[in-house]
Write a new protein. Sequence first.
Length: 484
Amino acid sequence: MKNSMTGKERIAGYMYYVTRVLTLLSVVMVFFPGFNPAKICGYVNKNMSLFTTAIDYSGLTEDCVRAFKMGWVQEYSFVILFISSMVSIIGLIAVATMACMSIGNNKFKRLGNKVGIVGGILQVVGYVGILVAYFQVAATTRPEKVEPSMPWGNWLVSVAFAAVILVFTIVISTLLPKEQEGEKFEMQSKYKLFLMFMPFAALCFVFSYLPLWGWRYAFFDYRSGDTLSMDNFVGLKWFTMLFESEATRNDIVRVLRNTLAMSGLGIATSWCAMAFAIFLSEIKSARVKRFVQTFSTVPNFISWVLVYAIAFSIFSKEGFISSLFVNMGIWEEGVNMLMSADHSWLKMLAWGMWKGIGWSAIIYIAGISGIDQQLYEAATVDGAGRFQKMWHITVPGLIPTYMVMLLMSIAGILSNGMDQYLVFENPMNVQYLEVLDLYVYKLGIVGGSIPLSTMVGMVKSLVSVVLLFGANTISKWLRGDSII
């Protein structure tokens, strides 16, 4: 197939590689504030990327109210900046579409080139509009207030990428052969699967890997609204603070105790979801089975705030249990059981199991449906009872799935969320319910200690990765099987 390609098609293929790489770099750059070519003055938030500049006009102009009233800058300049950023993002989306279509057949490529040319033009127009907005802002009568400054490096790189993509796309259009009569849109299956995977990879990058850029705050003495520079660079100060400060060290020990206790209880009872799925599959009545599965799965979709409202209506001083016991003469007055610190870990475990056991059982129900039914038929012929078939066929068939879930639980042993503990926390049980995620939230969001909270979260992520690979190695050594 490759030998039948003409020289022009080979050149077009090399140019496609260049456009794809530049497109990928452009897509990544629009999410990083450091590469934003639209930071044309001091009123543009330094934490805004080109993407947020294009979608958040209120955020773009939140610091400009006084400047607009005083006439230091004109609002239409920021309207031009906003529209230009939006146009450049739309153009980039079109260019990315062209890059995806370029892995199809000739008809796909030619259509993609048309889309790419339009996208390249929109990108260039958008960047020119940003330049126009800058010149308007730079004409201010109060430059010391407005601080006009064009990030020429970012702007030139962005324009260069867009121009190269546009020129290459036009050239490629002249190199590709003409469409044959009756030719249909076709693409190899591997490329179709790759394009289906791309949105999930992009979401994973944006929400899982892009936030890692925030780890740099752990090396600076940063306060909300400040800028990162070598003036506030402190190196490993926040890491050593864990060992130097006795108060912080005691807090970390207490928080880790709660986190490991709750995660350990969760791991110790993780088999309950598998057992629930096995017993549920043994129910013969399809109607009863559907009812039980639905009834046990619905709590997963209830927020922890509503769960606490349910708990409050049952266990508070004026709740159902207290009112019942008082009316029966067992108690003289109501008791607020939610304020008690007794058995706090077991209480949280019980609420967590009630909320999640039905949802966790779904994967095991799917695993049971994949077990060969001939094994059950053969066991029946051999005289095996229901419990014998469950123990000798169903359980061994689910062990691989259970081991995968167990390894993931071990890897996330330091990540047990904060919603549940935040709503159930009170002055009486805070010493038992403050887990690591809740501690990081209080440090960063409530207390404003962003570097310290970033450092703690950073260490937690690194430890989780180490635990994952460690548990995977042990699994491979004991069972001869692994998930990585």
